[in-house]
Design a protein around this ligand. Structure first.
Ligand code: CGF
Length: 839
């Protein structure tokens, strides 16, 4: 890793070099060069994928000078850096995004077309790295884009899962999972850096000893050592020179073979160690908002956390910054509790490996970490059985005991004799089987704690983290989530962008608040007409896709009512289903009834082990089967399930929506970010006062938002009074009929048992209060249907939604993080002369 002095000489790269030039001719030559020298193919046998790879390399070549210069600047300046630690990064395809951020989309499109290739087909070819489940992983990706665009030095750290989120197939209405082999044709976007590999210890035991200075020390004798290899992906900012890095760790055995076993002839045993090590980064756990408590998952967490912290220390050494300044050099954002073991691991590294005193190490640690909480759901709060934890991380268990002892002393001083409080706040849950509480560790070890929307932060302070709020009120703050307008407008909705640019220019892409200028155009008949035409054209495209994929005819003039997100009971896709059945029942009762034609579109995956969520998918498909073919409905209602929803697919879905379904039980959805993507693309929202819906409604105006349902406070109150779903079932004939239609087997070829488990959850417990919210939802949907008939006013409302979404840019979120938490300034990257080759 010692730099070779010869490398100090800079290469002389000619202007309009094939690897850097931006003219159409240079791009074409670059493409052909890569097809030949990287893919090793001539055009006669090149596959679509070869062409995609050649194009990706051509774009990557043009990105590298920014990447190298950024790294060089940060290294020279020793710049303060944000490290975003996340078990998930749901990046979406890179190619289109890099073209947008480099500002060369049109040139490249032209170059590819001049070569006689279909540009869009090549974009489609990219296998998306599905290294995340949903909102949390996608948020991390949006934040990387914004940090680079705002010129904030940052490193994303995570795991390079060999298998990302599963591919979803729908067979006979059921979800079937297929492994996601995203790496099968290679990944042109990341670069392996084996020279920066590190080792991570697992299992074994600890020993105490006295060092040469008579100090009591502990050493860890591990059972297993795993090697982490970093793979780096450049993350380019929008029209800036900054290209930060996403560094994902892949696991390997330290030696390819156990040579001892190998030499003694036990070949299989020799290879076994390699296989078990590689398991660590094999697969992403497919759960969103639930913790499964599996040992392998804890091993994944310590693996990427330890690799990342060791990498930071390596960087400091390289920049000759003393370890005492760790917290000045780095601020580490913990994306949920998944990386929160970092608190104990940094302590271990500083105390055990670098011999620092506990007090100093603790001061550094608690100045380095900040923690984002993403959920109030109890099943998502991570806790590890003490036995399992100690087996894998014996040294960390001791460190956590030590942190806990000191912490509880502080609690005792602040709240004397409050024994219940001590039990609640302890890092160890001792109420039954003993567990390590990761959220508590994150709260104690971090200097800042934030929720992801105003309401969510309030509820954290009031409820889930109330004790910690009373202990450390100064740590708490809110950072409402945001989305990047580059991917979710510029890339995914070029037609709408062109219309907006023609009126207000294109600086809104960097400063989303500028969309406010569109308010004036909501009153402009011609603008409204164009806006409508664009929405219509996009809906038509989606209709054609559906025809090709699902074989269903949908009417692009009907209201596109879309719910696209993970399947979870709290998100209440089944409430949406009850609405469809209600409309269907009305048509059956009165076939001539005047109903606003609607197409109900659903997209999203269910965790493979989450039976009720999978049954909900089956229910929706079963309803679709009946509704779509009943002649009484005569094309007024259509139900479509969009298979294998992904970032790539989402990009074509958001722009096509008229209505966005954000109907979670109030107090359950921490923020939501799909809600923002839909509204920015001109959909109106039907939603509860939950998560960021509250702030979206505040921004767009209550008259431009369809609100229904109980508030979070009412939900709590109702539960406290003893909620009885049967009360609603017995009193609302339409609700009763809808539920009875399901239980009678009407949607399941007469099988009255199929949906019984789902209906039982509703009728006997109804944890998520669908029945309490049903009537309010149905009435609100009637308002939607009426409003949609007033075409001009609907368009006016849609335009106002777009115009008022400025707050929800992830650039705003990141600026807030920078100012309130990270205390970090932008660093301008000047392109070094020898590489300035733009033509
Ligand atoms: O994080 C979520 C999402 N499911 O990934 N949570 N987690 N864990 C929340 O449920 C969303 O409400 C939130 O928008 C997202 C990102 O903060």
């Amino acid at each position: 890793t010692v730099p070779n002095p010869v490398l100090e000489c800079k290469p002389i790269i000619q202007v309009e070099d094939d690897r850097t030039g931006l003219s159409i001719e240079a791009l074409k030559r670059g493409f052909l060069d890569n097809l030949f020298y990287v893919q090793g193919k001539f055009s006669g046998i090149a596959t679509k994928n070869d062409c995609y790879m050649a194009l990706a390399y051509t774009v990557r070549d043009r990105l590298f000078k920014r990447w190298v210069d950024t790294a060089e600047t940060y290294t020279k300046n020793g710049s303060r850096t944000v490290c975003y630690l996340s078990a998930e990064f749901l990046m979406g395809p890179h190619l289109g995004n890099n073209l947008i951020n480099l500002g060369i989309y049109d040139q490249v499109k032209q170059a590819i077309e001049e070569l006689g290739l279909d540009f869009y087909e090549l974009l489609e070819q990219e296998e998306e790295p599905g290294l995340g489940n949903g909102g949390l992983g996608r948020l991390a990706a949006c934040y990387l884009d914004s940090m680079a665009s705002l010129e904030i030095p940052s490193l994303g750290y995570g795991i390079r899962y060999e298998f990302g989120i599963f591919e979803q197939k729908i067979q006979d209405g059921w979800q079937v999972e297929i492994t996601d082999k995203w790496l099968r044709f290679g990944n042109p976007w990341d670069v392996a850096r084996p020279e920066w590999s590190v080792e991570v210890k697992l299992g074994g035991h600890t020993e105490s000893y006295v060092d040469e200075n008579d100090r009591y020390r502990v050493r860890w004798i591990p059972f297993q050592v795993v090697k982490g290899i970093p793979y780096d992906t450049p993350i380019l900012g929008y029209k800036v020179n900054t290209a930060n890095t996403l560094r994902l760790w892949a696991a390997e055995a330290p030696e390819s073979f156990d040579f001892e076993a190998f030499n003694s002839g036990d070949y299989v045993k020799a290879v076994q160690a390699k296989m078990t090590s590689e398991n660590l980064s094999k697969v992403l756990y497919p759960n969103d908002n639930v913790s499964q408590g599996k040992k392998l998952r804890l091993a994944q967490q310590i693996f990427f956390v330890s690799c990342s912290l060791q990498d930071m220390i390596r960087i400091m050494k390289g920049q000759k910054i003393p370890l005492e300044k760790f917290h000045e050099k780095f601020v580490i954002q913990l994306n949920d509790t998944h990386p929160s073991i970092a608190v104990a691991e940094l302590m271990r590294l500083l105390v055990d490996e670098y011999g620092m005193e506990w007090e100093q190490a603790w001061e550094i640690t608690t100045k380095a970490f900040a923690y984002t909480n993403h959920t109030l759901l109890p099943e998502a709060l991570e806790k590890w059985p003490l036995g399992l934890f100690g087996e894998l991380l014996p040294r960390h268990l001791q460190i956590i005991y030590e942190i806990n002892g000191r912490f509880l002393d502080d609690v005792r001083i602040k709240f004397p004799d409050d024994f219940d409080r001590l039990k609640r706040m302890s890092l160890i849950d001792e109420s039954g089987e003993r567990y390590i509480r990761m959220a508590n560790l994150a709260c104690v070890g971090s200097f800042a704690i934030n929720g992801v929307a105003q309401l969510h932060t309030e509820l954290l302070q009031k409820d889930v983290l109330h004790d910690f709020y009373e202990m450390y009120p100064e740590k708490f703050n809110n950072k409402t989530n945001g989305i990047t307008p580059r991917r979710f407008m510029v890339l995914s909705n070029p037609r709408l962008c062109e219309l907006i640019d023609s009126k207000i220019g294109n600086t809104w892409i960097k400063n989303l608040h500028e969309l406010r200028q569109l308010e004036a155009f909501a009153e402009d008949v011609e603008f409204r007409h164009k806006f409508r035409q664009i929405k219509q054209a996009i809906k038509q495209d989606l209709a054609e896709y559906i025809k090709a994929k699902n074989g269903i005819d949908v009417d692009a003039n009907s209201l596109f009512d879309i719910q696209a997100k993970r399947f979870h009971e709290y998100k209440r896709q089944h409430l949406n289903a009850l609405h469809i059945i209600t409309l269907y029942n009305r048509i059956k009762a009165n076939p001539n009834i005047d109903i606003t034609p609607r197409t109900f579109l659903f997209g999203g995956k269910a965790a493979p082990g989450y039976y009720i969520a999978k049954l909900t998918i089956k229910l929706i498909n079963s309803i679709g089967e009946v509704v779509n073919r009943d002649p009484d409905v005569r094309g007024r209602l259509k139900v479509v399930f969009l298979e294998d929803y992904s970032v790539k697919f989402a990009q074509r879905v958001y722009p096509a929506a008229d209505l966005s379904e954000q109907i979670s039980t109030a107090g359950k959805e921490a923020s939501g970010t799909g809600n923002m993507k839909f509204a920015l693309n001109g959909a109106l929202t039907i939603g509860t006062l939950d998560g960021a819906n509250v702030e979206i409604r505040e921004e767009v105006g209550e008259e431009n938002f369809f609100l229904f349902g109980l508030t979070a406070e009412e939900v709590y109150a109702k539960k406290a009074q003893g909620y009885d779903p049967m009360y609603y079932y017995n009193r609302d004939p339409e609700l009763k009929l809808a539920i009875d239609r399901i239980s009678s087997g009407f949607f399941s070829h007469g099988d009255a048992n199929l949906f019984k488990p789902l209906l039982d959850t509703l009728l006997h417990r109804d944890e998520y209060m669908l029945l309490a919210d049903y009537r309010s939802y149905i009435e609100c949907q009637e308002q939607v249907s009426q409003a949609y008939r007033d075409v001009e006013n609907w368009t006016r409302m849609a335009i106002l939604n777009v115009a008022r979404m400025g707050k929800f840019s992830s650039d705003r979120s990141i600026s807030d993080y920078c100012e309130d938490i990270w205390q970090i300034q932008p660093v301008k990257i000047e392109l070094s002369e020898y590489l300035q080759t733009d033509v």
